[in-house]
Design a protein around this ligand. Structure first.
Ligand code: AHG
Ligand code: MN
Ligand code: MN
Length: 364
Protein backbone atom coordinates (compact mmCIF):
# COMPACT_ATOMS: atom_id res chain seq x y z
CA UNK A 1 0.00 0.00 0.00
CA UNK A 2 1.43 3.35 -1.02
CA UNK A 3 2.09 5.92 1.69
CA UNK A 4 -0.20 8.54 0.12
CA UNK A 5 -3.18 6.22 0.62
CA UNK A 6 -2.84 6.36 4.41
CA UNK A 7 -3.54 9.07 6.95
CA UNK A 8 -0.89 9.34 9.67
CA UNK A 9 -1.74 9.92 13.32
CA UNK A 10 -0.35 13.47 13.02
CA UNK A 11 -2.56 14.20 10.02
CA UNK A 12 -5.62 12.75 11.76
CA UNK A 13 -5.01 14.92 14.82
CA UNK A 14 -4.54 18.07 12.73
CA UNK A 15 -7.76 17.36 10.87
CA UNK A 16 -9.63 16.80 14.13
CA UNK A 17 -8.21 20.03 15.53
CA UNK A 18 -9.71 22.01 12.67
CA UNK A 19 -13.08 21.37 14.32
CA UNK A 20 -11.88 23.65 17.17
CA UNK A 21 -10.43 26.75 15.52
CA UNK A 22 -9.45 28.25 18.91
CA UNK A 23 -7.31 25.32 20.02
CA UNK A 24 -3.58 25.86 20.37
CA UNK A 25 -2.34 22.40 19.51
CA UNK A 26 -1.42 21.33 23.06
CA UNK A 27 -3.74 18.39 22.93
CA UNK A 28 -2.31 17.11 19.64
CA UNK A 29 1.22 17.44 20.92
CA UNK A 30 0.24 15.51 24.04
CA UNK A 31 -1.26 12.62 22.05
CA UNK A 32 1.85 12.49 19.85
CA UNK A 33 4.02 12.27 22.98
CA UNK A 34 1.84 9.46 24.31
CA UNK A 35 2.16 7.71 20.94
CA UNK A 36 5.94 8.04 21.12
CA UNK A 37 5.97 6.46 24.59
CA UNK A 38 3.86 3.60 23.19
CA UNK A 39 6.26 3.11 20.28
CA UNK A 40 9.18 2.94 22.71
CA UNK A 41 7.32 0.40 24.88
CA UNK A 42 6.43 -1.62 21.76
CA UNK A 43 10.15 -1.88 20.94
CA UNK A 44 11.06 -2.95 24.46
CA UNK A 45 8.28 -5.56 24.52
CA UNK A 46 9.24 -6.85 21.07
CA UNK A 47 12.81 -7.58 22.16
CA UNK A 48 11.47 -10.16 24.61
CA UNK A 49 14.07 -12.27 26.35
CA UNK A 50 16.78 -10.69 24.16
CA UNK A 51 16.16 -7.32 25.78
CA UNK A 52 16.92 -8.71 29.23
CA UNK A 53 13.62 -7.22 30.38
CA UNK A 54 11.64 -10.29 31.35
CA UNK A 55 11.00 -11.09 34.98
CA UNK A 56 10.42 -9.11 38.11
CA UNK A 57 11.80 -5.70 38.88
CA UNK A 58 14.40 -5.79 41.63
CA UNK A 59 14.02 -9.56 41.78
CA UNK A 60 17.23 -9.85 43.76
CA UNK A 61 15.62 -7.74 46.49
CA UNK A 62 12.48 -9.90 46.50
CA UNK A 63 10.62 -7.79 43.92
CA UNK A 64 9.10 -4.33 44.22
CA UNK A 65 5.45 -4.20 45.21
CA UNK A 66 3.25 -1.44 43.78
CA UNK A 67 0.34 0.28 45.50
CA UNK A 68 -1.95 -2.54 44.29
CA UNK A 69 0.06 -5.04 46.28
CA UNK A 70 1.28 -6.57 43.01
CA UNK A 71 4.86 -7.43 42.18
CA UNK A 72 6.15 -5.10 39.47
CA UNK A 73 7.74 -6.60 36.39
CA UNK A 74 10.82 -4.99 34.87
CA UNK A 75 8.67 -3.99 31.91
CA UNK A 76 6.02 -2.40 34.19
CA UNK A 77 8.68 -0.13 35.63
CA UNK A 78 10.31 0.65 32.27
CA UNK A 79 6.94 1.40 30.62
CA UNK A 80 6.01 3.73 33.45
CA UNK A 81 9.35 5.50 33.09
CA UNK A 82 8.85 5.90 29.33
CA UNK A 83 5.39 7.41 29.81
CA UNK A 84 6.81 9.91 32.29
CA UNK A 85 9.92 10.89 30.32
CA UNK A 86 8.05 11.32 27.01
CA UNK A 87 5.27 13.39 28.54
CA UNK A 88 6.69 15.51 31.35
CA UNK A 89 8.60 18.07 29.28
CA UNK A 90 6.02 19.23 26.71
CA UNK A 91 4.20 21.85 28.77
CA UNK A 92 0.79 20.28 28.10
CA UNK A 93 0.36 18.52 31.42
CA UNK A 94 -0.51 19.70 34.91
CA UNK A 95 0.45 16.26 36.25
CA UNK A 96 0.13 12.53 35.78
CA UNK A 97 -1.06 9.46 37.65
CA UNK A 98 -0.24 5.82 37.02
CA UNK A 99 -1.00 2.32 38.22
CA UNK A 100 2.67 2.04 39.13
CA UNK A 101 2.88 5.22 41.26
CA UNK A 102 1.17 5.58 44.63
CA UNK A 103 0.80 9.37 44.40
CA UNK A 104 0.26 11.84 41.55
CA UNK A 105 3.40 12.63 39.57
CA UNK A 106 4.32 16.31 39.69
CA UNK A 107 5.80 17.95 36.60
CA UNK A 108 9.38 18.89 37.58
CA UNK A 109 10.10 22.60 38.15
CA UNK A 110 12.32 22.85 35.05
CA UNK A 111 9.37 22.14 32.75
CA UNK A 112 6.27 24.27 32.10
CA UNK A 113 2.90 23.02 33.32
CA UNK A 114 -0.24 22.80 31.18
CA UNK A 115 -3.95 22.15 31.42
CA UNK A 116 -4.30 18.40 30.97
CA UNK A 117 -3.79 15.45 33.26
CA UNK A 118 -2.62 12.09 31.93
CA UNK A 119 -3.67 8.93 33.75
CA UNK A 120 -2.33 5.58 32.60
CA UNK A 121 -1.77 1.89 33.06
CA UNK A 122 1.67 1.69 31.45
CA UNK A 123 1.49 -2.06 30.83
CA UNK A 124 -1.79 -3.91 31.09
CA UNK A 125 -1.72 -7.69 31.19
CA UNK A 126 1.87 -7.69 32.38
CA UNK A 127 1.42 -10.99 34.20
CA UNK A 128 1.48 -12.41 30.65
CA UNK A 129 4.55 -10.62 29.46
CA UNK A 130 7.01 -13.46 30.00
CA UNK A 131 4.85 -15.84 27.94
CA UNK A 132 4.65 -13.58 24.89
CA UNK A 133 0.92 -12.85 25.05
CA UNK A 134 -0.44 -9.51 23.81
CA UNK A 135 -0.17 -6.68 26.33
CA UNK A 136 -0.86 -2.97 26.02
CA UNK A 137 -0.85 0.52 27.53
CA UNK A 138 -4.09 2.30 28.49
CA UNK A 139 -4.44 6.07 28.91
CA UNK A 140 -7.00 8.69 29.80
CA UNK A 141 -6.74 12.46 29.33
CA UNK A 142 -8.57 14.72 31.80
CA UNK A 143 -8.67 18.48 32.19
CA UNK A 144 -6.98 19.79 35.34
CA UNK A 145 -9.10 21.89 37.72
CA UNK A 146 -9.07 25.55 36.65
CA UNK A 147 -7.30 26.76 39.82
CA UNK A 148 -4.48 24.27 39.22
CA UNK A 149 -4.12 25.48 35.62
CA UNK A 150 -4.12 29.13 36.73
CA UNK A 151 -1.70 28.71 39.63
CA UNK A 152 0.45 25.87 38.31
CA UNK A 153 0.20 24.28 41.78
CA UNK A 154 1.07 20.66 42.51
CA UNK A 155 -1.78 18.25 41.89
CA UNK A 156 -3.43 16.26 44.64
CA UNK A 157 -5.36 12.99 44.43
CA UNK A 158 -8.70 14.81 44.55
CA UNK A 159 -7.92 16.63 41.27
CA UNK A 160 -8.05 13.26 39.48
CA UNK A 161 -11.32 12.09 41.01
CA UNK A 162 -13.51 13.06 38.05
CA UNK A 163 -16.19 10.91 36.45
CA UNK A 164 -15.26 9.10 33.25
CA UNK A 165 -17.76 11.27 31.38
CA UNK A 166 -15.36 14.22 31.75
CA UNK A 167 -12.52 12.49 29.87
CA UNK A 168 -11.22 14.60 27.00
CA UNK A 169 -9.72 11.58 25.27
CA UNK A 170 -8.90 7.96 25.92
CA UNK A 171 -6.99 5.25 24.16
CA UNK A 172 -4.78 2.26 24.30
CA UNK A 173 -1.84 0.79 22.46
CA UNK A 174 -1.84 -2.94 21.86
CA UNK A 175 1.47 -4.75 21.53
CA UNK A 176 0.33 -7.80 19.60
CA UNK A 177 1.43 -9.33 16.31
CA UNK A 178 1.12 -5.73 15.12
CA UNK A 179 1.28 -2.65 17.31
CA UNK A 180 -1.92 -0.64 17.19
CA UNK A 181 -3.10 2.62 18.72
CA UNK A 182 -6.81 2.99 19.37
CA UNK A 183 -8.04 6.46 20.14
CA UNK A 184 -11.14 8.47 20.89
CA UNK A 185 -11.16 12.23 21.18
CA UNK A 186 -14.93 12.18 21.79
CA UNK A 187 -15.78 11.90 18.12
CA UNK A 188 -15.99 8.14 17.52
CA UNK A 189 -13.18 5.61 17.72
CA UNK A 190 -10.35 5.18 15.27
CA UNK A 191 -7.41 2.79 15.16
CA UNK A 192 -3.93 3.14 13.75
CA UNK A 193 -1.48 0.39 12.88
CA UNK A 194 2.21 1.01 13.42
CA UNK A 195 4.18 0.83 10.19
CA UNK A 196 7.45 -0.49 11.61
CA UNK A 197 9.42 0.67 8.58
CA UNK A 198 8.37 4.29 8.95
CA UNK A 199 7.80 4.29 12.72
CA UNK A 200 4.43 5.96 12.04
CA UNK A 201 0.95 5.09 13.19
CA UNK A 202 -1.24 4.85 10.07
CA UNK A 203 -5.02 5.16 10.18
CA UNK A 204 -6.36 1.70 9.36
CA UNK A 205 -9.79 1.61 11.04
CA UNK A 206 -12.21 4.54 11.14
CA UNK A 207 -15.59 4.90 12.84
CA UNK A 208 -15.25 1.61 14.69
CA UNK A 209 -18.54 0.13 15.90
CA UNK A 210 -18.99 -2.66 18.43
CA UNK A 211 -21.70 -5.01 17.13
CA UNK A 212 -24.75 -4.73 19.40
CA UNK A 213 -25.21 -8.49 19.71
CA UNK A 214 -22.71 -11.23 20.29
CA UNK A 215 -22.26 -14.91 21.01
CA UNK A 216 -18.92 -14.50 22.76
CA UNK A 217 -18.20 -13.73 26.41
CA UNK A 218 -15.04 -13.37 28.49
CA UNK A 219 -14.77 -13.98 32.22
CA UNK A 220 -12.30 -15.66 34.56
CA UNK A 221 -14.49 -18.66 35.41
CA UNK A 222 -12.14 -19.80 38.17
CA UNK A 223 -13.80 -17.09 40.27
CA UNK A 224 -17.31 -18.47 39.70
CA UNK A 225 -17.81 -19.52 43.31
CA UNK A 226 -17.36 -15.86 44.32
CA UNK A 227 -19.74 -14.35 41.75
CA UNK A 228 -22.92 -12.55 42.66
CA UNK A 229 -26.22 -14.13 41.48
CA UNK A 230 -26.78 -11.87 38.42
CA UNK A 231 -23.39 -12.84 36.95
CA UNK A 232 -23.95 -16.52 37.76
CA UNK A 233 -27.29 -16.32 36.01
CA UNK A 234 -25.87 -14.61 32.93
CA UNK A 235 -23.00 -17.09 32.53
CA UNK A 236 -25.25 -20.08 33.23
CA UNK A 237 -27.57 -18.94 30.51
CA UNK A 238 -24.69 -18.53 28.03
CA UNK A 239 -23.35 -21.98 28.89
CA UNK A 240 -26.78 -23.55 28.45
CA UNK A 241 -26.48 -22.67 24.75
CA UNK A 242 -29.09 -23.47 22.14
CA UNK A 243 -31.31 -25.48 24.45
CA UNK A 244 -31.19 -22.87 27.25
CA UNK A 245 -33.09 -19.62 27.73
CA UNK A 246 -30.84 -17.74 25.25
CA UNK A 247 -31.52 -20.29 22.51
CA UNK A 248 -28.06 -19.88 20.99
CA UNK A 249 -24.60 -21.28 21.59
CA UNK A 250 -21.89 -19.04 23.05
CA UNK A 251 -18.14 -19.09 22.78
CA UNK A 252 -15.84 -18.19 25.67
CA UNK A 253 -12.46 -16.41 25.63
CA UNK A 254 -10.09 -15.37 28.42
CA UNK A 255 -6.72 -13.86 27.53
CA UNK A 256 -6.17 -12.36 31.02
CA UNK A 257 -4.99 -9.19 29.33
CA UNK A 258 -7.91 -6.79 29.47
CA UNK A 259 -6.59 -4.50 26.77
CA UNK A 260 -6.38 -7.44 24.35
CA UNK A 261 -9.93 -8.52 25.24
CA UNK A 262 -11.13 -4.93 24.73
CA UNK A 263 -9.54 -4.91 21.30
CA UNK A 264 -11.15 -8.19 20.26
CA UNK A 265 -14.52 -6.88 21.42
CA UNK A 266 -14.04 -3.59 19.59
CA UNK A 267 -13.24 -5.48 16.40
CA UNK A 268 -15.88 -8.22 16.45
CA UNK A 269 -18.14 -7.77 19.46
CA UNK A 270 -18.40 -9.70 22.69
CA UNK A 271 -18.82 -9.02 26.36
CA UNK A 272 -16.10 -8.78 29.03
CA UNK A 273 -16.79 -9.21 32.71
CA UNK A 274 -14.54 -8.74 35.69
CA UNK A 275 -17.43 -8.17 38.05
CA UNK A 276 -17.51 -7.24 41.69
CA UNK A 277 -17.44 -10.51 43.61
CA UNK A 278 -17.01 -11.69 47.17
CA UNK A 279 -13.51 -13.11 46.82
CA UNK A 280 -11.95 -10.32 48.87
CA UNK A 281 -14.44 -7.98 50.56
CA UNK A 282 -11.79 -5.24 50.74
CA UNK A 283 -11.75 -5.03 46.92
CA UNK A 284 -14.79 -3.88 44.97
CA UNK A 285 -13.49 -5.60 41.83
CA UNK A 286 -10.19 -6.50 40.19
CA UNK A 287 -9.67 -3.69 37.69
CA UNK A 288 -9.04 -0.04 38.40
CA UNK A 289 -11.54 2.72 37.66
CA UNK A 290 -9.36 5.64 36.57
CA UNK A 291 -6.85 4.03 34.23
CA UNK A 292 -8.57 0.80 33.13
CA UNK A 293 -12.39 0.98 33.39
CA UNK A 294 -12.89 4.63 32.43
CA UNK A 295 -10.71 4.83 29.31
CA UNK A 296 -11.95 1.47 28.02
CA UNK A 297 -15.47 2.61 28.95
CA UNK A 298 -15.15 5.79 26.90
CA UNK A 299 -13.87 3.84 23.90
CA UNK A 300 -16.73 1.33 24.15
CA UNK A 301 -19.39 4.05 24.46
CA UNK A 302 -17.86 6.03 21.60
CA UNK A 303 -18.01 2.89 19.47
CA UNK A 304 -21.68 2.28 20.27
CA UNK A 305 -20.94 -0.36 22.90
CA UNK A 306 -21.56 -0.03 26.62
CA UNK A 307 -19.54 -0.09 29.85
CA UNK A 308 -21.02 -0.57 33.27
CA UNK A 309 -20.36 -1.64 36.83
CA UNK A 310 -23.38 -3.91 36.36
CA UNK A 311 -25.37 -1.43 38.41
CA UNK A 312 -24.62 1.92 36.79
CA UNK A 313 -22.90 3.27 33.68
CA UNK A 314 -19.15 3.23 34.29
CA UNK A 315 -18.68 6.79 33.06
CA UNK A 316 -21.05 8.19 35.70
CA UNK A 317 -19.24 6.67 38.71
CA UNK A 318 -17.81 9.30 41.07
CA UNK A 319 -14.31 8.07 41.93
CA UNK A 320 -13.30 7.84 45.57
CA UNK A 321 -9.58 7.11 45.12
CA UNK A 322 -6.81 7.21 42.55
CA UNK A 323 -6.36 3.44 42.62
CA UNK A 324 -9.98 2.49 43.29
CA UNK A 325 -11.02 -0.92 42.00
CA UNK A 326 -14.41 -1.53 40.46
CA UNK A 327 -16.56 -4.25 38.90
CA UNK A 328 -16.34 -3.90 35.12
CA UNK A 329 -18.63 -5.16 32.37
CA UNK A 330 -18.26 -3.88 28.81
CA UNK A 331 -18.84 -4.69 25.18
CA UNK A 332 -21.83 -5.35 22.95
CA UNK A 333 -24.64 -3.06 24.05
CA UNK A 334 -27.49 -5.55 24.24
CA UNK A 335 -25.49 -7.99 26.36
CA UNK A 336 -24.27 -5.33 28.79
CA UNK A 337 -27.83 -4.04 29.13
CA UNK A 338 -29.02 -7.57 29.82
CA UNK A 339 -26.40 -7.96 32.58
CA UNK A 340 -27.50 -4.62 34.06
CA UNK A 341 -31.11 -5.83 33.94
CA UNK A 342 -30.15 -9.02 35.80
CA UNK A 343 -28.59 -6.84 38.51
CA UNK A 344 -31.78 -4.83 38.91
CA UNK A 345 -34.18 -7.81 38.82
CA UNK A 346 -34.67 -10.28 41.65
CA UNK A 347 -32.72 -13.48 40.88
CA UNK A 348 -35.11 -16.07 39.41
CA UNK A 349 -35.47 -18.78 42.01
CA UNK A 350 -34.98 -22.31 40.81
CA UNK A 351 -38.49 -23.14 41.92
CA UNK A 352 -39.86 -20.52 39.51
CA UNK A 353 -37.85 -21.87 36.64
CA UNK A 354 -37.38 -25.63 36.77
CA UNK A 355 -35.82 -25.80 33.30
CA UNK A 356 -33.14 -23.30 34.23
CA UNK A 357 -32.51 -25.07 37.53
CA UNK A 358 -31.88 -28.34 35.73
CA UNK A 359 -29.26 -26.76 33.54
CA UNK A 360 -27.47 -24.49 35.95
CA UNK A 361 -23.77 -25.18 36.24
CA UNK A 362 -22.98 -22.67 38.91
CA UNK A 363 -25.44 -23.23 41.72
CA UNK A 364 -25.46 -21.08 44.84
P1 AHG B 1 -2.23 -5.30 35.13
O1 AHG B 1 -1.31 -6.19 34.36
O2 AHG B 1 -2.20 -3.87 34.63
O3 AHG B 1 -2.05 -5.38 36.62
O4 AHG B 1 -3.74 -5.75 34.84
C1 AHG B 1 -4.02 -7.10 34.71
C2 AHG B 1 -5.48 -7.31 34.69
C3 AHG B 1 -6.14 -7.34 33.34
O5 AHG B 1 -5.38 -7.05 32.25
C4 AHG B 1 -6.69 -8.73 33.23
O6 AHG B 1 -7.95 -8.71 32.66
C5 AHG B 1 -6.73 -9.22 34.63
O7 AHG B 1 -5.74 -8.53 35.31
C6 AHG B 1 -6.48 -10.69 34.72
O8 AHG B 1 -6.82 -11.12 35.95
P2 AHG B 1 -6.79 -12.67 36.36
O9 AHG B 1 -5.36 -12.99 36.58
O10 AHG B 1 -7.62 -12.73 37.60
O11 AHG B 1 -7.41 -13.46 35.22
MN1 MN C 1 -3.96 -3.24 33.94
MN1 MN D 1 -0.41 -2.55 34.52
Amino acid sequence: MLLQHRTTLTQYLIEQRRRFPGSKGDFNALILDVALACKAIARAVAMGELGGLYGEHAAEAGGAINVQGETQKKLDVLSNELFIRMNEWGGHLAGMASEEMTDPYQIPANHPRGKYMLVFDPLDGSSNIDVNVSVGSIFSVLRAPQDAIDSGRDLIEKDFLQTGATQVAAGYALYGPTTMLVLTVGNGVVAFTLDPNLGEFMLTHSALKVPEDTQEFAINASNSRFWEPPIKRYVDECLAGKSGPRAKDFNMRWIASMVAEAHRILMRGGVFMYPRDNKDPSKAGRLRLLYEANPIGMIMEQAGGRASTGREPMLSVSPSGLHQRIGLVFGSKNEVERIERYHSEPTPREIDNPLFAERTLFRD
